[in-house]
Write a protein that binds this ligand. Structure first.
Ligand code: PMP
Length: 464
């Protein structure tokens, strides 16, 4: 039990005044916050000076780590020059223009235009509104339903939380909204039938998707959203051949595909986009997080020419495109994003991930694949997860009441690691992309100590 926070301390003031996102408020009031004060490279330091390796780059986002003078300079310079302007009613400014151009030029498939928002959730909500407006504009007002997948994570605003396929984001918030459908999660380890090959599993999922579209009526289904690799749902890689098979179904029924690249974008999987790694050809692409290395909030939506033309027609057919945020393309985060993309090019971030990523994947597998508490080690590039299992051979999950992964997060802290727990007792690894091999080895060694400490605890309780 943590000692009570001293009166007037930062911890006491936090408990008194802050409502934390994704936090058990009661437990927080008892245990208090973990307060970070500074960062350096792949490490962060708390208010007692303790150092931690950030194994998940904050929230899968601080791709360049926790200090970067060039990004500080880019923000400062832009604040001095033009601290705010917007893009409504044909107004524009240099950072908005340059970032739009850079993103369209870097897209994994031909894209036509870029739109900006402040978060991944807003980007996905904006994409939904684009799709609905597009179908209204081209005279298909009934084609509106959106398909997502179980265990998907697309955000927490009303529409993006509806896309998200995790129970905690739905039931307690009276979601999903109408017209959002969920199809099966493509995780072979958990959901394939006994003896089913990856190809056969992918074929079955494509058939299930087609059955869903036919049951709903193809004229009512507008789009499907998909993360190339599902992140917050568990770092779930699709089975071989999945996206080509899924996309054939979508094409057949004129259903648009939106790639949510909020985690996978900008090198995480070893290519610039997860879409390239997983063979995805989206009509719309959303991105955020590493777009600005998370030094400032900004997200983007890229649309192809077909969708843009539909939206463009809308002014004449249904009325002007009435969507945008005060801060869509805000010049300061846009300037930071431009500098971030330049840094990725200059330091050859793809070359780096292609070197360090395989090292990280091998190190995790070598150290933990045979560990008695580990069911599956999965991942590619610099994204991975370790799923705990109470019975390795039978793939039995731990009783949720044992809070195995939550305990591991705590033990990680004691061993100098910030860990992120995922549904199904998995632990994510998605460190800053700049992490070097030696730091990977350090991270893996510290995780090994935490995992061994968990084994000792569980053995004592007769659970392992
Ligand atoms: N999409 C994906 C794939 C994400 O991982 C996230 C956030 N983790 C979001 C969307 C939502 O982004 P935000 O939290 O910036 O709204």
């Amino acid at each position: 039990m943590t000692p009570p926070a001293a009166p007037n301390s930062a911890a006491a003031r936090d408990i008194a005044y802050a409502l934390h996102p994704y936090t058990d408020q009661k437990a927080h009031a008892e245990n208090g916050p973990l307060i970070m004060t500074r960062g350096k490279g792949v490490r962060v330091f708390d208010d007692s000076g303790r150092e931690y390796i950030e194994t998940v780059a904050g929230l899968w986002c601080a791709a360049l780590g926790f200090d970067n003078e060039r990004l500080v300079a880019a923000a400062t310079e832009q604040m001095r020059k033009l601290p705010f302007y917007h893009g409504f009613t044909s107004r524009s400014h240099e950072p908005l223009i340059e970032l739009s151009e850079m993103l369209v030029q870097r897209a994994p498939v031909p894209m036509s235009k870029a739109f900006f928002a402040n978060s991944g959730s807003e980007a996905n909500d904006s994409a939904i509104k684009m799709i609905w407006y597009y179908n209204n504009a081209i005279g298909r007002p009934q084609k509106k339903k959106i398909i997502s997948r179980m265990k998907a994570y697309h955000g927490v605003t009303l529409a993006s939380a509806s896309l998200t396929g995790l129970p905690a984001n739905h039931k307690l918030f009276d979601l999903p909204i109408a017209g959002i459908l969920h199809t099966a999660c493509p995780h072979h380890y958990r959901f394939a039938h006994e003896g089913e090959s990856e190809e056969d599993f992918a074929t079955r999922l494509a058939t299930e998707l087609e059955t869903l579209i036919l049951a709903e009526g193809p004229d009512t289904v507008a789009a499907m959203f998909a993360e190339p690799i599902m992140g917050a749902g568990g770092v779930l890689l699709p089975p071989r051949g999945y996206f080509p098979k899924i996309q054939a179904v979508l094409k057949k029924y004129d259903v648009l595909l939106v790639a949510d690249e909020v985690i996978c974008g900008f090198g995480r999987t070893g290519n610039y986009w997860g879409s390239q790694t997983l063979d995805v050809q989206p009509d719309i692409l959303t991105c955020a997080k590493a777009l600005s290395a998370s030094f400032l909030p900004i997200s983007g939506v890229l649309v192809n020419e077909k969708v843009f033309q539909g939206i463009s027609e809308g002014s004449a057919t249904v009325g002007t495109w009435g969507h945008g945020f005060t801060y869509s393309g805000h010049p300061v985060p846009a300037a930071v994003a431009i500098e971030t993309l330049k840094i990725y090019d200059e330091i050859d971030i793809l070359g780096h991930v292609r070197r360090v990523g395989p090292h990280m994947q091998k190190a995790l597998r070598d150290a933990f694949a045979d560990h008695p508490l580990v069911g599956e080690v999965r991942g590619t590039g610099m994204i991975a997860a370790i799923e705990l299992s109470a019975d390795k051979a039978k793939k039995t999950p731990f009783d949720p009441a044992k809070k195995a992964a939550a305990r591991l997060v705590k033990l990680g802290e004691e061993n100098g690691l910030i860990l992120r727990m995922l549904p199904g007792d998995a632990i994510a690894f998605s460190p800053p992309l700049i992490m070097e091999e030696g730091e990977v080895d350090d991270m893996v060694a510290r995780f090994g100590k935490a995992l061994d400490a968990l084994s000792v605890q569980l053995r004592r309780e007769g659970l392992a």
